[in-house]
Design a protein around this ligand. Structure first.
Ligand code: MSP
Length: 541
C-alpha cells in the first residue's frame, strides 16, 4: 500500500465531569500532530470522543437523579464544544481538525464492540466463570489484593481510588494466553511504546519482573451483571461489557469497523503497515499497551502503530482536584491568554512524557518571550517597514549576502531533515524519547532568533536614512522570506496566528505545506501585501 495515510486518536473522555486542561492537553497534542502530518502531505484521520458507559458514568447520572442517556447527552456536549463535531453541535474551542467525534452510545459503536467481542469469542479467548475481586469505580479497573493499601479502614488502589469487593458471574478474557506474544511484540518493536521509561514499565509488568515469569498476566473479567449501562454481551442480555473493552473499541469503530473494511484498512492499516497512533495519559497506558494489543491479537486484527503516553499537569504545585477547587477550564485559559498561546505553551513548556506544573505567570512569560517578542515583533516590524517604504509590495532583492535563508534552512533542516531537527522530532518514524514537540518548537524559535539578529545587524531603518533603498529592500525581502518559512512550520502549533502571518505575506492558501518551504515557492517581488496587523499581543500581568 503506497497511500500516505495517518490515524491519530485521543482517549475518549469520561462524561462524569466537565472538561479541564488535562483533557485539553491530550486533544491539543493530537491536533498538532494531525496538522503536522497533513502539512507533510498525509491524508489524516483524527478522532476523539466520549466514553459514556460504565459504572462511573452510571453512578454520576444516578447521583443527579437523571437517566444515564439523558445525562450523557448533556455532559458530552461540553466535550463536543472543545472540538469539531462532524455530526453537528461542536463549537471547536480548541480549533481542532478532528474528522470524527465518537460517542460510545451510538449504534455504530455498539455494533463494532459486539463484532469485536464475537471475533474474540469465536477464536476461543472468552469463557464464563465467577469473578470475586477488588474493583475501583473511579479507575474502572480491577486490582489484585497485593496491590492494595489501607487508609481509614478502607482499601485503596495504587492510584488512590477506593476499591470495593465485587463477586458475580462474569465472562473472562484469556489475557494469560498473550503474555509471551506481547513480550515478543514489544521486543521486536522498540518504537511501539513511548517514552522509553514507560515502555520498560509495561514490559516488566507483562514479564512479571525483569526476567520472564510465567503466569504474570491474569485473565481479565470483561463483563458485569450488577448494572446495565453498557453494551450488551452478544447472546447474553444479563451481561454488559466491561467498559474498557467497549471504550478501546472506539478506535476501530471510528475507522469503519466492521462494515467499511476498505476505509478501515486505509486508516487503521494492516499488520505489516500499522498506522494508528494512540496518544494517552500515563494513567491509562496499561489499558492501551497491554490489554488493547491482546484484544486485537485475539480478534486477529492488526495492532496500532504506536502508543505515546504523556505526563500530568499539576496546578501551581498542587494536584488538580475538585476538592481543592483548582480545576482549570480550557475556556478560562483561552479567554485570558488566547488559544494559540495556550497551545504553544502546553507543548513548549514540558517535554512530552514528563509531568509539569501549570502556572499562569510562567505561561505569560513564555508566550511574551517567544511569541510576542521573538516571532510577533519580527513579523510586525518587517511588514510595517515594507508597507511604509516599499509601496506595500514584496521588495526587489539582490544577494542574500549573509546567507540568512541558508541558515534558516539548516536550523529547520528543510532540505535534509536531519535527525534532531523539527521534522524528525515530529515524525512518528523517528522519535527518540517521545514526540519532540518542545524540541521542534526550539528549532522554530532558533530560526526566528537568527532572523531577528539578521534584522538588527543589517538595520534596514538606518539604510533608509542613508538613502540606500535597494539595500534596505534587500534586507526586508530576506527577512520576510525567512518569516514565511518560520510561519509555515509554526502552523501546527499556532494555526490561526501563523495563518495570519502567511496572509499578510500574501502566501496563497495552496502553498502553505512543507513541500512549499523550498526556494521555488519563495515570496515574489512586486506582490501586493495587505495592511499588517500584530498577531501576538503582549500579555500584561
Ligand atoms: N475514558 C477513559 C479513556 C478511554 S480511552 C479508550 C479515561 N477518561 S478520562 O476522562 O478520565 O481521562 C482522559 C485523559 O485525560 C487521560 O489520558 C488522562 O491522562 C488525561 N488527564 C486527566 N487529568 C490530567 C492532568 N491533570 N494532566 C494531564 N492529563 C490528564 O481515562
Amino acid at each position: 500500500m503506497t497511500e500516505k495515510t495517518f490515524y491519530v486518536t485521543t482517549p475518549i473522555y469520561y462524561v462524569n465531569d466537565k472538561p479541564h486542561i488535562g483533557h485539553a492537553y491530550t486533544t491539543i497534542a493530537c491536533d498538532v500532530l494531525a496538522r503536522f502530518m497533513k502539512l507533510d502531505g498525509y491524508d489524516v484521520k483524527f478522532t476523539t470522543g466520549t466514553d459514556e458507559h460504565g459504572q462511573k458514568v452510571d453512578k454520576a447520572a444516578k447521583d443527579k437523579g437523571i437517566d444515564p442517556q439523558k445525562f450523557t447527552d448533556e455532559v458530552s456536549q461540553s466535550f463536543r464544544d472543545l472540538v469539531r463535531c462532524p455530526s453537528g453541535g461542536g463549537h471547536n474551542l480548541l480549533n481542532c481538525i478532528n474528522n470524527d467525534f465518537i460517542r460510545t452510545t451510538e449504534p455504530r459503536h455498539k455494533k463494532a464492540a459486539q463484532a469485536l467481542w464475537k471475533r474474540i469469542e469465536d477464536n476461543g479467548y472468552i469463557y464464563k466463570d465467577t469473578y470475586g475481586g477488588w474493583y475501583a469505580i473511579r479507575d474502572e479497573a480491577y486490582y489484585q489484593e497485593n496491590e492494595l493499601t489501607e487508609k481509614d479502614g478502607k482499601k485503596i488502589a495504587p492510584s488512590g481510588a477506593e476499591v470495593e469487593w465485587v463477586e458475580e458471574e462474569s465472562y473472562f478474557f484469556k489475557l494469560s494466553a498473550f503474555q509471551k506474544r506481547l513480550v515478543d511484540f514489544y521486543e521486536a518493536h522498540a518504537d511501539f511504546i513511548f517514552p522509553e521509561s514507560r515502555r520498560n514499565e509495561v514490559m516488566s509488568f507483562v514479564k512479571g519482573g525483569k526476567d520472564f515469569e510465567e503466569g504474570a498476566l491474569k485473565d481479565l473479567s470483561i463483563s458485569r451483571t450488577t448494572f446495565d449501562w453498557g453494551v450488551e454481551v452478544p447472546g447474553d442480555s444479563a451481561h454488559v461489557m466491561y467498559v474498557w473493552i467497549d471504550a478501546l473499541c472506539n478506535y476501530l469503530t471510528s475507522a469503519g469497523f466492521p462494515d467499511d473494511m476498505d476505509n478501515f484498512t486505509k486508516y487503521w492499516g494492516t499488520q505489516e503497515n500499522r498506522k494508528a497512533v494512540h496518544v494517552v495519559g500515563k494513567d491509562i497506558l496499561r489499558f492501551h499497551a497491554v490489554y488493547w494489543p491482546a484484544f486485537l491479537m485475539a480478534a486477529e486484527l492488526p495492532l496500532p502503530k504506536q502508543i505515546v503516553a504523556h505526563g500530568w499537569w499539576t496546578i501551581e504545585g498542587e494536584k488538580m482536584s475538585k476538592s481543592l477547587g483548582n480545576v482549570i477550564s480550557p475556556q478560562e485559559l483561552v479567554d485570558n491568554f488566547g488559544l494559540d498561546q495556550l497551545r504553544y505553551f502546553m507543548l513548549r513548556a514540558m517535554p512530552f512524557g514528563n509531568d509539569g506544573d501549570f502556572n499562569r505567570e510562567r505561561l505569560a512569560e513564555v508566550v511574551n518571550a517567544d511569541l510576542a517578542n521573538n516571532i510577533g515583533n519580527l513579523a510586525q516590524r518587517t511588514l510595517s517597514m515594507i508597507q511604509k517604504n516599499c509601496d506595500g509590495k514584496v521588495p526587489e532583492f539582490g544577494e542574500d549576502n549573509t546567507d540568512l535563508l541558508e541558515e534558516v534552512k539548516t536550523i529547520l533542516s528543510i532540505d535534509n531533515r536531519n535527525p534532531g531537527s523539527y521534522f524528525s522530532n515530529m515524525r512518528s518514524d523517528s522519535y527518540k524519547h517521545s514526540i519532540g514537540f518542545d524540541m521542534a518548537l526550539m528549532d522554530v524559535m532558533a530560526a526566528s532568533s537568527r532572523t531577528n539578529e539578521y534584522f538588527a545587524e543589517n538595520a534596514p531603518w538606518a539604510l533608509k536614512k542613508e538613502g540606500k533603498l535597494d539595500e534596505m529592500g534587500n534586507v526586508l525581502y530576506h527577512t520576510a522570506e525567512a518569516i514565511r518559512r518560520i510561519a509555515i512550520v509554526l502552523q501546527p502549533f499556532c494555526p490561526t496566528a501563523a495563518g495570519k502571518i502567511l496572509d499578510q505575506l500574501a502566501v496563497p492558501q495552496n502553498q502553505r505545506m512543507f513541500k512549499h518551504l523550498t526556494d521555488e515557492f519563495a515570496l515574489q517581488s512586486g506582490t501586493k501585501l495587505p495592511a499588517p496587523e500584530g498577531v501576538f499581543p503582549r500579555i500584561e500581568k
